[in-house]
Design a protein around this ligand. Structure first.
Ligand code: FE2
Ligand code: FE2
Length: 283
């Protein structure tokens, strides 16, 4: 089976002519399916898809990694494009966690909260053809493609950013980002794990993928690792875990941050690549 991952939106342009923007979107082609994993924050996904000769009008499903705007803000433009094309008369299935519509914000006491939630209502998206499949459980999309569902936290060195909150009325409640899920693709060489933001930790996501599939071998990990604010302890534990896993491809994007990406590049040599906008990986 050939798996093709095309990065439609990411913080940095990896090739000429595409646009870079803080966020992430990847198109997965495997098992004869086209699955869009996140949409980036805006209509930039539409422009980049054109430049990369990607037809978004015939995608089979959309998976949202979590409810932050930088992964969901392009959703309205994608749904509008599909609606105009008339290719999906029954609408498009969108797989996500039930917490995806929470009023998520970046909040530090005494400061103005930064709004980072999905910038649309559910009704608004449904009027454009969205058919939400909201569940905390893993979803099997095809023979070899599935979502992780809610990721179990199993180690002590990966912590959720303390500034992430959910607003409920006047109250700001720490966000455990239960909605943060990944996509798993089973191959003969092992699992491919595609990360959204990995707010619950990159290694926790991988461990969870191993647990729910019963497959230990990890072939590739691609996406946002959330190592941007990792301290030395988390970095060294992460490198130790990745080394033990003997991963063959490590494509860091988005919330990895340039400094942590440089550390991984130095550590993992040819196994590592920068998974930026426009990068197409065939596995
Ligand atoms: Fe996020
Ligand atoms: Fe993000």
């Amino acid at each position: 089976m050939t798996v093709t991952i095309t990065t439609l939106v990411e913080n940095t342009a990896g090739i000429p002519y595409v646009l870079a923007e803080w966020g992430q979107s990847m198109l997965i082609e495997a098992d004869g399916r086209k699955v869009l994993f996140d949409t980036g924050p805006s209509a930039v996904i539409i422009e980049n898809a054109k430049k990369l000769n990607v037809d978004l009008s015939n995608i089979d499903e959309i998976v949202l990694s979590h409810g932050h705007y930088d992964h969901t803000g392009g959703l309205k433009d994608v749904l509008t494009l599909i609606k105009k094309a008339g290719t999906k008369p029954n609408g498009v299935e969108i797989i996500a966690h039930p917490d995806v519509f929470q009023q998520k914000c970046f909040y530090v006491k005494g400061m103005q909260p930064g709004r980072i939630h999905i910038p649309f209502t559910r009704a608004e998206l449904e009027s454009l053809g969205a058919r939400f499949n909201l569940t905390s459980k893993p979803v099997k999309i095809s023979e070899n493609i599935m979502t992780t569902g809610e990721v179990e936290i199993s180690n002590s060195y990966e912590k959720i950013d303390a500034a992430l909150h959910v607003q409920e009325g006047e109250e700001f409640i720490p966000d455990c980002v239960a909605d943060d899920l990944s996509v798993i693709i089973k191959t003969d060489k092992g699992l491919i794990v595609l990360l959204g933001c990995a707010h619950r930790g990159m290694i926790n996501n991988i461990t969870h993928a191993q647990k729910i599939t019963g497959v230990d071998r990890i072939y590739a990990v691609i996406g946002g690792t959330h190592l941007v604010s990792a301290g030395p302890k988390q970095m060294s534990e992460t490198i130790k875990a990745l080394t033990q896993l003997n991963i063959q491809k490590l494509g860091a994007s988005h919330c990895t941050g340039p400094k942590s990406a440089a550390v991984l590049a130095n550590e993992f040599g040819d196994t590592f690549f920068f998974n930026n906008t426009g990068i197409r990986t065939i596995l």
